[in-house]
Design a protein around this ligand. Structure first.
Ligand SMILES: [Zn+2]
Length: 67
């Protein structure tokens, strides 16, 4: 039975076995996701995180921060 996962970036089916970029389908999707992560979730340490400045709620983190 083929082992497949859904690519978190493009949501296409990605091969799991022999896939160096799993769970992504390709290096491109992996980089996109890593880039999104570093931008949205892991700000540079020491830099102030101004979540309260902008009121955009496109981030999942906002759901947890909302009271
Ligand atoms: Zn993909």
């Amino acid at each position: 039975m083929p082992l497949k996962v859904k690519c978190p970036t493009c949501r296409k089916e990605a091969q799991w076995e022999n896939n160096p970029h799993r769970p992504f389908c390709s290096e491109r999707c992996q980089l996109i996701d890593l880039g999104a992560w570093t931008q949205e979730r892991y700000r540079i340490p020491g830099e102030k995180i101004d979540y309260h400045v902008s009121d955009d709620d496109e981030d999942e983190d906002d759901e947890e921060r909302r009271r």
